[in-house]
Design a protein around this ligand. Structure first.
Ligand code: HEM
Length: 138
């Protein structure tokens, strides 16, 4: 398998895995009163976000862009795929905002509902992206 595509696969596996995990991790940090648990949990969540999800997203997007520039592909499925990937990137940024909210106001209501909503949207966007790139329907 060409190295660039291998890098693309490896990075998107890490990105998608971390994105699927993050909403549950953030929701788990809401409404806790135990100080030590709260500190350790917030640290772990921040580590998953900053050391795994964000670098993997940058590598997945960078390697995907390099593949697209190298092969000169301009087709309908790629445009649709990029739209779905933009949705994934927005969910990623939203997880970052929820993480900051979890750290500053863990007891505030609404965090769990937001995590549920983004946690339901992420698998849909990942499935749509994979379907578009594998089936190339357009
Ligand atoms: C800005 C971000 C991205 C760009 C520009 C991009 C672009 C590309 C390009 C040009 C290819 C080569 C297609 C081919 O040779 O047929 C490719 C392959 C692939 N991409 Fe991405 N991609 C991005 C993000 C993603 C994401 C987030 C996923 C998964 C959720 C993904 C899944 C795949 C898969 C599974 C393939 C292999 C398709 C095949 O070999 O048939 N990509 N990508």
């Amino acid at each position: 398998m060409p190295l660039l595509k291998l890098l693309h696969f490896a990075a998107l596996l890490c990105w998608c895995g971390a994105l699927l995990y993050l909403p549950a991790l953030i929701a788990g940090g809401a409404k806790r009163s135990d100080d030590i648990f709260e500190r350790n949990h917030a640290q772990l969540t921040r580590m998953v976000f900053t050391l795994i999800a964000t670098p993997a997203a940058l590598i997945a997007i960078g390697s995907g862009t390099a593949l697209f520039l190298r092969d000169g592909i301009i087709e309908g499925w790629l445009v649709m795929k990029l739209t779905a990937v933009a949705g994934m990137a927005m969910c990623h940024a939203f997880c970052g905002a929820l993480l900051v909210r979890m750290e500053s106001q863990p007891e505030r209501g609404g965090l769990t509902v937001s995590c549920l909503a983004v946690g339901a949207l992420i698998p849909l966007l990942i499935s749509a992206t994979l379907w578009l790139v594998l089936a190339k329907p357009f």
